[in-house]
Design a protein around this ligand. Structure first.
Ligand code: BES
Ligand code: ZN
Ligand code: ZN
Length: 462
């Protein structure tokens, strides 16, 4: 569904939304108490009342940003269910809250329907905001929505429409359009950089790997220490020779480039909002599949930093390509490095689809991300990186192995990555949050764009 914001309108509306701090003095108080709906209103729920053939949706001004975004989702749900195409908005809540409510509406109106040939169900909802300066509201929302929606689109594209080379072409085009620079390193350059992890995972593929570098400059001091964002870009994860068993929903694994898509969405949002910070994006890109040449369990890889890895499970491929990107990040003398990855089923088992798992070697960085996540409503839940968890990764014949114990899998993946870092670093496992089996309030099913807003919030304040 498309949303269109209109400042004012002469037309008579069918639906009118009222979000007020207080209803006791309003026209609705009588019908609310007559129908016993007052207590519902107390809870911040949306109440529906018909009066003079207009549907009124009433809610008390919610408190938190997340409550506002959720309310936006309920409003859209109500309107969409009945097929309404316009509504007028009346509110006395502050501009920030209204922005969050409107974001909730936009966010839940997102659909990925470009491959549907029947366009009959396409509709537009007009939001009429008579008393609000809609131009500043729209400007503020458009950059974050563009970032979040692009991430969703990239995650939702299946492998036959988005492989390594089409991804690189598309992201280069976004760079030109929004104003960040992009560089694509091909297989030859990846070989000269001795990125054994990325090359190893790519061995079974018919398509070559790529390593993308995105750059956003801060305008003035060109060599200030950058924030580096690393994103796992496994375009499709079959598991490789340790092929995924059917019950694991292999078809969802088109979303295994969710980390890379999140970094791209963040760059778009930053550039479009005109936020000037020095940010580097590093995206190792390949698919993971079996084939005559495929990486074989037991293989030993020599990584970009010269360390050796014994590959005991080819389905633990994300950490291999991330390890190369993390050691490559050192050359930027980064202020901090944040990696994003749909890394482990264990993170999904631990936090479900409600929170991303975070691990860090830096308490200040961890608190900053927790704070940013609390603002955006994108839950980040901390897991420890205690030394004991690293024991299981010791290999008898190489420096480290890519498979730990079956328990605490999200943490052993984090410990593996930590081995390749020597700067303030934070890892976000978005396996449960980047892609949803069913909608969650204002998040649609499929790609969510989760963490784009949190990264934006974090970088803005750096
Ligand atoms: N891409 C998967 C992780 C994943 C699982 C993402 C579910 C989204 C939803 C990753 O490459 C993987 O297969 N991890 C294995 C690691 C194991 C072999 C140590 C896992 O979690 O099972
Ligand atoms: Zn895997
Ligand atoms: Zn994977």
């Amino acid at each position: 569904m498309h949303i269109k914001i209109v400042q004012s309108s002469e037309r008579s509306v069918e639906v009118s939304v009222h979000i007020m701090k207080d209803f006791t003095a309003s026209d609705f108080s009588l019908s609310l108490s007559a129908r016993g709906l007052e207590s519902k209103l107390e809870k911040g729920e949306l109440v529906e009342i018909y009066s003079a053939s207009i549907l009124h949706l009433l809610a008390r001004g919610p408190q938190s940003g997340e409550a506002c975004r959720n309310l936006g989702a309920s409003i859209l749900h109500s309107l969409r269910e009945r097929g309404f195409e316009q509504c007028s908005f009346h509110t006395d809540c502050p501009a920030d809250e209204l922005k969050d409510i409107i974001f909730g509406i936009y966010s839940s109106a997102y659909t990925f329907d470009k491959y549907k040939t029947d366009k009959r169900f396409e509709s537009t909802l007009e939001l009429i905001l008579p008393d609000v300066d809609t131009s500043s509201l729209e400007a503020e929302l458009s950059s974050v929505l563009q970032g979040v929606f692009t991430t969703r689109d990239l995650v939702n594209e299946p492998y036959n429409k988005l492989d390594v080379s089409t991804f690189c072409a598309l992201v280069s085009q976004y760079g030109d359009e929004y104003g960040f620079s992009t560089e694509v390193l091909g297989k030859d350059q990846i070989e000269s950089l001795k990125m054994g992890g990325l090359l190893g995972v790519n061995k079974g593929s018919v398509n070559p790997p790529a390593f993308m570098i995105l750059t956003l400059e801060d305008g003035s001091k060109k060599d200030s220490a950058p924030i580096v964002l690393v994103g796992k870009g496994v375009m499709f994860d079959t598991g490789g020779l340790n092929i995924k068993t059917p019950w694991k929903h292999m078809y969802d694994m088109k979303s295994d480039m969710g980390g890379a898509a999140t970094v791209v969405g963040t760059f778009i949002a930053l550039a479009k909002a005109g936020i000037r910070r020095r940010v580097i994006g590093l995206l190792p890109l390949t698919d993971n599949r079996p084939g005559g040449e495929a990486m074989t369990p037991g293989d030993i890889l020599t990584m970009h930093n010269g360390k050796t890895v014994e590959v005991l499970n080819t389905d633990a491929e994300g950490r291999l390509i991330l390890a190369d990107a993390l050691s490559f990040a050192k050359k930027y003398n980064p202020k901090c490095v944040i990696d994003l990855a749909t890394l482990t089923g264990s993170a999904v088992m631990t936090f479900g689809h409600i929170a991303s798992a975070v691990m860090s070697n830096d308490t200040a960085l961890l608190s900053a991300i927790k704070l940013a996540g609390a603002t955006t409503g994108e839950n980040v839940a901390e897991l420890p990186l205690w030394e004991e968890y690293g024991e299981a990764l010791k290999s008898e014949i190489a420096d480290i192995k890519n498979l730990g114990e079956p328990e605490a899998g999200a943490i052993s993946a984090g410990k593996f990555l930590e081995f390749f870092t020597d700067y303030p670093w934070l890892h976000i496992d978005i396996a449960g949050t980047a892609y949803l089996p069913k909608p969650r309030a204002y998040r649609p099913s499929g790609g969510t764009g989760e963490m784009v807003r949190t990264l934006l919030e974090f970088i803005k304040d750096e």
